[in-house]
Design a protein around this ligand. Sequence first.
Ligand SMILES: CC(C)(COP(=O)(O)OP(=O)(O)OC[C@H]1O[C@@H](n2cnc3c(N)ncnc32)[C@H](O)[C@@H]1OP(=O)(O)O)[C@@H](O)C(=O)NCCC(=O)NCCS
Length: 362
Amino acid sequence: MSRRDLPIVPYRPEVHAEALFAFVAKVLGAEVCAKRRQVIETMHTTMPGRDRFPLRHVIVDGDRVAGTLGYMPADFWIRGKRTAVRFTHDLLVDPDYRGGGLGRLIVENAFALGDFFPGGMWMTDPCRKIHVDAGFQDAAPLVTYSLVLDPASFVARRGMPLFKAAAGRAALTANRAVALRRARRAASRDGVQEILRFDANTDAAWEKLVPGYEITRVRDAAYLNWKYLAHPWLPYRGLLATKGPDPTGYLVWRLAPDHAAEKRAVVTDFLTARSDADTLRRLLARVVVEAAAAGMESVSVLTTQPWAVGLLRSMGFLPREARNTWVVAGWQNVIPGEWLQDTSPWHVCMGDSDGDIWTGSN
Ligand SMILES: CC(C)(COP(=O)(O)OP(=O)(O)OC[C@H]1O[C@@H](n2cnc3c(N)ncnc32)[C@H](O)[C@@H]1OP(=O)(O)O)[C@@H](O)C(=O)NCCC(=O)NCCS
């Protein structure tokens, strides 16, 4: 049988789990595999939308799993209409089978499902190429903004020539001083508290903020708790902003894991009303102050909203050079084509796809 004739079947944990994780362990090592397995298993047991079969396909060769592709079901608000969508994620082919077209085959199979895939993010170049060859289309790349909190370490890791390094360090040190002073002032104002779990009672408040964005993920307590605050090992932290008794926004972030080479704190999710720079400033200020106290080298945020970019710039954040690939499929009857090139109708966060939930594992 040619490799391209191997069957692609929906993943059934009771049948395929041992073969799947045997090959994941072979590719990624036992420790990373064990952590990945925990995340995959929480998807099957607690992820909202897990009834939307299949959550994963596997390519089987006898009792072996030769390749796999996961799907994350999600709900989006698109011009006020709640719409079921999927992300592709976790594409992996056993090294024994690579170069035989299996990666492309399993992504073509996903494309043929015909669903709206509003973006696979954090892809490697081969993964992006495979998606595009299978029919996905490139959307405008996403930009992450970073505030450098430890200029010496930031510059040293980039290995710049001496003169350039000294100039860069001086500029970043001045930027940090202003940014920290402003953040401390904003963080000293009331109205931001740490939360251990999102409360479903605040979902109605989040729903009221959403119509300001033409397209964004449904960000309710069930999703935010599953994805972040109940993550099996990554210590995400939740912040709630209020004005008087009313919730006006939230933010989810985490410090870099202890073993990470780059001490980068990341903001994985946030929501405020469109253009509510005051609430977002108070939330981000708290992150900046705590990340600096924890010795982080930088803090990063991804946003597609021009007003939020303006705020980030005023707080000392600068665009990172790397651009994040983003591909979409099945959009034709769902969103206007312009939204592939103009990201301003979207409210997209760093954690919207699968990327960050694996991050502590490598
Ligand atoms: C990426 C991966 C899934 C590809 O699987 P595969 O079965 O070998 O891919 P295919 O044989 O279907 O190749 C499809 C195309 O991608 C290209 N490609 C595959 N791996 C590549 C690589 N490492 N570098 C550059 N191009 C690559 C192939 O050349 C082929 O292009 P062509 O059709 O123009 O000849 C596999 O290498 C893998 O599991 N890598 C590690 C995990 C990973 O990176 N996953 C993506 C996470 S976002």
